[in-house]
Design a binder for this molecule. Structure first.
Ligand code: BGC
Length: 753
């Protein structure tokens, strides 16, 4: 604790300390001029500043100040570019400083478990590694300005349905590997000033009063030393929350919960030390901002708008291109669909930005005097088939060399606060796209959505460009990409399944009677599709370019390594096409030890490189024990078994460039719990217990061969024995319970020695 915070706390009453732990208003923290606590403010987040001057709300209902709306996380994740996220973070941090906002409420790193989660547009990916790395970069950027971030929503908040009451029922391995890993990476690598706990329960306990989550894992294991705040209204039992590690309740509670804290201290159920700790963490956050040497900048909004355009250019994913793109200046192009005029560039709810200026693709085309004509075709806000609009669009299409349909999800389809009910685009959009594709070969479809959609016409459209919710510059970015002034280089941060029912969470989303069962376990996204060898529409990591790339054979620095070491794998990539482009090199690992169930592959590295035509660059990844590890719940740690693994260099989860086998040696012994029901198989495959078990087996085989003669092949007996528990020794060898205990004790001694 700094001397200053200590001095302040010494002067405060219990009541004042309790007041520090609850917001002073919707967005402000407690202040006290008499002892020198300044007033600071927090604001959403995550991809722009939603600072509200007057009427406050957390649903995006009331107006906020004009700010730059950068691409939402669904889009920035597709950049696969940490430096880009850091740069966007810096711009956000600068806006916060300029507007005197101490903490930006974001980034949001919940996993896109189901395509239906209404808030998927605010989240990065179905993959925790990609999520964690990109969030860490954004945090680093914002915090360069001595402005805090709030990593949210901690944790397992993967749907909007009953989000304030539902319990996410998730097993510990899945929780650690999928739903906590992104938080873990971001906390460890970027040290966010604050973490925001989620609304939901986890295995029956509210996140806001979950000690395992807020203290044991977050602070003690990951070393988080900042302040934990509640999501807006997420507090269930304030005193229990405080004991569990929830420092700050937001927003203000009208004094009600302050009194509960005071009462708890007075009746001894809450130690004063716990209250002091929470107040100290909050004040430390306040002074980190208020006492910073960083000066208030005069930021250039126009420059940030241009940056929003540049960022979105790096995020768009070219899903398909049979040659319609890029468009040429001398071609007559028909833009169809109201999104061309009114792009959907952000989602609804607490992240809704009052955008300083929005550029549509049509605005951009007009500004550049392009040979572009427009027909509305369908509404961007509703799903109503209007035959007159269809006819007008089809007539325009007939006269054009190329067609670009601007499609996407209307606001009402996708928002914070509720989930989607299906994975389709509005029926009117699909119908018009089908009709146009039937009469024209050169149809490109541009998509605006925060999460996968089914594309029933994908094989008939010539090209598909996924823009996601690309921020206020989305139209300018689309224009540059469509006309080849920029080269698409985004990659899908999630799988596009063929249909919703293919998704692994399908049978359990969104749950009922207050619970949602994460029954698919660790098999989320491509971890499921690839392990099941399923066909998907577009795989995780997929994205095309206007140029082409060639990979050399990767080089692995050593064929084997131990737990205390690491190796590298490097590959050369050459731009073999005719224009500048960026390639995303991806590294996946495959566990071939078969010691535990693992997905077919897991992302463990990605790097985006820029290449001029003819240019090559080398990309190198470091692979260490953590890269190979899964979360062992018994060991309560990450662990990789000794054995064989593959390092996979790939262009997407399903476009493998090369597979490099390696061998790994663990230095820690694997966890083995020995009790009456531990199987012979488990004991025989562990070097520590194998000799004892071999001896027991020999005794058994003497008995069994006497019993069965040659009736049973030896191999079959061996296989059967693998599944037999230790208790079986009792009947086979006529052991007394005490003798069995003796064998167990001997085995335990081996493990513990
Ligand atoms: C959202 C948070 C947001 C908060 C404040 C809540 O409804 O879940 O993400 O930061 O409101 O607006």
């Amino acid at each position: 604790m700094t001397d200053k915070v200590k001095r302040i706390l010494e002067q405060l009453t219990t009541e004042e300390k309790a007041e520090i732990c609850v917001g002073a208003s919707f967005w402000h923290l407690y202040s006290n001029a008499a002892v020198g606590i300044p007033q600071v403010m927090v604001s959403d987040g995550p991809h722009g500043l939603r600072k509200q001057a007057e009427a406050a709300d957390h649903l995006g209902l009331n107006q906020s100040i004009s700010a730059v709306c950068f691409p939402a996380a669904c889009a920035t994740a597709a950049s696969f570019d940490e430096s880009l996220l850091e740069c966007m973070g810096e711009a956000l941090g600068e806006e916060c400083r300029a507007e005197d906002v101490a903490v930006l409420l974001g980034p949001a790193v919940n996993i896109k478990r189901s395509p239906l989660c209404g808030r998927n547009f605010e989240y990065f990916s179905e993959d925790p590694y990609l999520t964690g790395k990109l969030a860490a970069a954004q945090i680093r950027g914002v915090q360069k300005w001595d402005v805090g971030t709030s990593l949210k929503h901690f944790a397992a908040n993967n749907q909007e349905y009953h989000r304030q009451s539902c319990s996410s029922e998730v097993d510990m391995r899945t929780f650690r590997e999928i739903y906590l890993r992104g938080f873990e990476i971001a906390v460890k690598e970027a040290k966010p000033w604050t973490v925001m706990c989620a609304y939901n329960k986890i295995n029956g306990t509210y996140a806001s009063e979950n000690k395992m989550l807020l203290t044991d894992i977050l602070r003690e294991e990951w070393g988080f030393d900042g302040c934990v705040m509640s999501d807006w209204g997420a507090v269930n039992d304030r005193v229990q929350g405080l004991s569990a590690g929830l420092d700050l309740e937001m927003p203000a509670s009208g004094g009600y919960t302050t009194q509960q804290i005071v009462n708890a201290v007075e009746n001894g159920s809450l130690p004063m030390a716990d209250l002091d700790k929470a107040a100290e963490r909050i004040l430390t956050t306040v002074f980190r901002y208020a006492d910073s040497n960083v000066r208030k900048p005069v930021f250039d909004r126009e420059k940030h708008h241009r940056l929003a355009v540049e960022i979105e250019k790096e995020c768009a994913v070219l899903l398909k291109n049979d040659g319609a793109l890029p468009l040429k200046a001398d071609e007559t192009v028909a833009y169809i669909g109201e999104f061309a005029e009114k792009p959907r560039y952000q989602g609804g709810g607490s992240s809704h930005i009052h955008a300083s200026c929005v550029v549509s693709a049509l605005d951009a085309a007009k500004a550049k005097n392009r040979n572009v004509y427009y027909a509305k075709g369908f509404s961007a806000t509703e799903d109503i088939t209007d035959e007159a609009l269809f006819d007008e669009a089809l007539q325009l299409a007939e006269q054009a060399d190329k067609i670009v349909v601007f499609a996407g999800l209307p606001d009402i389809f996708e928002s914070e606060g509720y989930d989607r009910t299906h994975m389709q685009l509005p029926a009117c959009q699909n119908a018009l796209i089908q009709k146009i594709c039937a009469v024209h070969k050169n149809v490109t479809v541009v998509l605006h959505n925060g999460s996968p959609v089914e594309l029933p016409w994908a094989d008939r459209a010539n090209a598909i460009l996924e823009m996601y919710l690309g921020g206020q510059g989305v139209g300018a970015a689309a224009d540059a990409l469509l006309f080849g002034e920029a080269n698409p280089c985004g990659r899908l941060p999630e799988t596009f399944p063929l249909k919703l029912s293919d998704n692994p969470s399908y049978l359990n989303f969104p749950g009922y009677k207050g619970k949602v069962d994460y029954a698919e376990g660790i098999y989320v996204g491509y971890r499921y599709y690839d392990t099941k060898e399923m066909q998907v529409l577009y795989p995780f990591g997929h994205g095309l370019s206007y140029t082409s790339f060639e990979y050399s054979q990767p080089i692995v620095s050593a064929a084997a390594f131990r737990e205390d070491a690491s190796i590298t794998v490097s590959v050369n990539v050459k731009n073999t096409g005719g224009c500048f482009g960026k390639e995303v090199v991806q590294l996946y690992i495959r566990d071939k030890t078969h010691a535990v169930a693992r997905p077919d592959k897991e992302l463990k590295g990605f790097r985006k490189i820029a290449l001029e035509p003819g240019e090559s660059k080398q990309v190198e990844f470091t692979v260490d024990a953590q890269s190979l590890a899964y979360y062992d719940v018994d060991l309560r740690d990450w662990y990789a078994h000794t054995g064989a693994y593959d390092l996979i260099i790939a262009r997407s989860a399903q476009d493998i460039v090369a597979t490099c086998p390696i061998a790994y040696t663990a230095l820690r012994q694997p966890y083995l719990d020995i009790h009456k029901y531990t199987t012979f198989g488990e004991l025989l495959s562990d070097a520590r217990t194998a000799p004892i078990m071999q001896a027991q087996l020999q005794k058994i085989s003497a008995v069994t061969s006497a019993l069965s003669g040659d009736a049973f092949p030896k191999e079959a007996l061996k296989k059967m024995a693998a599944n037999v528990p230790l208790t079986f020794l009792q009947s086979m060898l006529k052991l007394t319970p005490a003798a069995l205990d003796e064998v167990i004790a001997k085995l335990k001694a081996q493990i513990e020695s």
